[in-house]
Design a binder for this molecule. Structure first.
Ligand SMILES: [Zn+2]
Length: 155
């Protein structure tokens, strides 16, 4: 937990649920999040898993509803916790290409946009199937020669 307000230095911080708003790509998102409010300067602080989850939820909404733009793509990448290098590698493009998309200097490849949106949705749902596939595609290995399959097929 926070000890002091970083704005005014006060120690009088009230833990609670507060309205958080974020403006991304021209749209204002809001949600109730756990945080702290300074009793003296009224500044509110949000942190922890709730904030990360909110940022991911915004990324999911943006990648479904648009706009398809660099700001939204950058938001989604950061919500995924990835560097430009890492995401570019998974998408099979050069880091410079991703950078041009993020800076609106060239149109975002629609398939890359959809993949990023699906990665965000998957992470929001606490799954990682597609991420695992993209990672193994980026670093192909032969892998095990024999694999025992556990089939869970209804009888
Ligand atoms: Zn304060």
């Amino acid at each position: 937990m926070m000890e002091r307000c970083t704005e005014c230095g006060s120690r009088r911080l009230d833990a609670g649920t507060y309205e958080a708003t974020r403006v991304v790509a021209g749209r204002t998102y809001s949600a109730e999040l756990a945080g702290f409010r300074c009793r003296d300067c009224r500044r509110t602080y949000f942190a922890g898993p709730g904030l990360a989850r909110c940022e991911l939820a915004i990324a999911v909404h943006l990648t479904v509803h648009g706009p398809v733009c660099g700001e939204a793509l950058t938001w989604a990448r950061i919500a995924l916790g990835m560097s430009g290098q890492e995401l570019a590698g998974l998408l099979g493009v050069r880091a410079e290409t991703l950078s041009r998309w993020e800076n609106d200097r060239s149109p975002i490849d629609p398939k890359a946009w959809v993949l990023v949106g699906c990665l965000a949705a998957e992470k929001y749902d606490r799954r990682g199937d597609m991420l695992q596939r993209l990672r193994s595609l980026a670093k192909p290995r032969v892998g095990a020669r024999r694999v025992r399959l556990n089939l869970r097929v209804p009888a």
